[in-house]
Ligand binder design. Structure first.
Ligand code: UTP
Length: 310
């Protein structure tokens, strides 16, 4: 067994095609789309930093260079902003490169999430690490990755995945776990051992409604498991399949995280997150609240229904 279980690195895969957001993702990475003025990638890197992680490994693909540029220093722009009296904006820019040490790794082709994570092997080395998917936006008091690290520290060795119950109609949109409870007096009722993990099952094949939510703590042994899997759901190398292989040697745990989750990789989830985050921004929340109240949602629905009848 490894002597140190300290987690210092986060892998953030951003090499996917973002097909649900085409055509904009033809030129703009999905992770640069902004929720209430801040891009998804910044939420993910801030979560890593707030969880105590020092290094972020971005897995980038074709057309994703904007993402690494975003975290570079910008002294000329900062000086210009200061000359124009915009100290707060200059300070916000200065903070970006200080969030974490950002490294980048290239994924030559979008073969799937497991393949993307496998590309980080040499940068991760022989230590456990976190994975954060930026399009799974989680708004919580304790960062979701920190919650998973606390579970890992109590239960390692083993991998930990963020989970919670999903609506029956949403089962087909998630990786679904079959679980048995694990006794933990401090995290009571929130830790499970995964018996199986199936990627986006048809409801009749789902063993439970515990979905997997885009945050993971992985042991480095996962890399050998990734090397041994074959393309699965959607013809891609699936992390779910690598985790099932890993579960033959050590436990895969599900941890029921606290916080609001938004699927910001989907148009509806993106809009929902935009409104919720904007409502928390003091600069615009009052205006937005008034606007939402002014829109009479029921009359809009009736107008749409009448139009479809005519
Ligand atoms: P998603 O399936 O949610 O993202 O992958 P996507 O493929 O970019 O978007 P859609 O489904 O086509 O609309 C989850 C995460 O894994 C990354 C994505 O960038 C996203 O952050 N990913 C996926 C990779 O880095 N490489 C891959 O080969 C696949």
């Amino acid at each position: 067994m490894r002597t140190s279980a300290k987690i210092r690195k986060a892998v953030i895969p951003v090499a996917g095609l973002g097909t649900r957001f085409l055509p904009i993702t033809k030129t703009v990475p999905k992770e640069m789309l902004a929720i209430a003025g801040k891009p998804l990638i910044q939420y993910a890197v801030e979560e890593a930093a707030a969880s105590g992680l020092e290094t972020v490994i971005l897995i980038v693909g074709r057309g994703k260079r904007l993402l690494t540029e975003y975290f570079r220093e910008s002294p000329a722009l900062e000086d210009l902003l200061i000359q124009r009296g915009r100290e707060a904006e200059a300070e916000a820019l200065r903070k970006l490169p200080q969030l974490a040490e950002i490294r980048t790794v290239w994924q030559d082709f979008p073969h799937g999430l497991a393949h993307a994570i496998g590309c980080a092997r040499s940068q991760v080395g022989d230590e456990p690490f976190a994975v954060i998917l930026p399009d799974a936006l989680i708004d919580s008091t304790v960062p979701c990755t920190r919650q998973l690290i606390e579970c890992y520290e109590r239960h390692h060795p083993g991998c930990v995945v963020a989970t919670r119950l999903v609506d029956p109609c949403d089962v087909e949109r998630f990786g679904i776990l079959d679980v048995v409870p694990v006794l933990d007096p401090c995290l009571s009722g929130r830790v499970f051992r995964a018996i199986s993990l199936i990627e986006r099952p048809r409801p009749e094949y789902a063993k439970s409604r515990y979905g997997v939510f885009g945050r993971y703590i992985l042991e480095p042994e996962i890399f050998d498991c990734i090397d041994r899997i074959r393309p699965g759901f959607g013809g891609e190398l699936q992390l779910s399949d690598a985790l099932m292989r890993y579960s033959n040697q050590s436990p895969v745990l599900g941890f029921c995280f606290e916080g609001a989750h938004y699927d910001a990789g989907d148009k509806f989830g993106f809009l929902q997150a935009s409104i919720e985050y904007a409502l928390k921004d003091p600069a615009i929340s009052d205006r937005l609240r008034r606007q939402l109240a002014a829109w009479d949602v029921s009359s809009v629905a009736i107008r749409a229904m009448n139009a479809s009848i005519q």
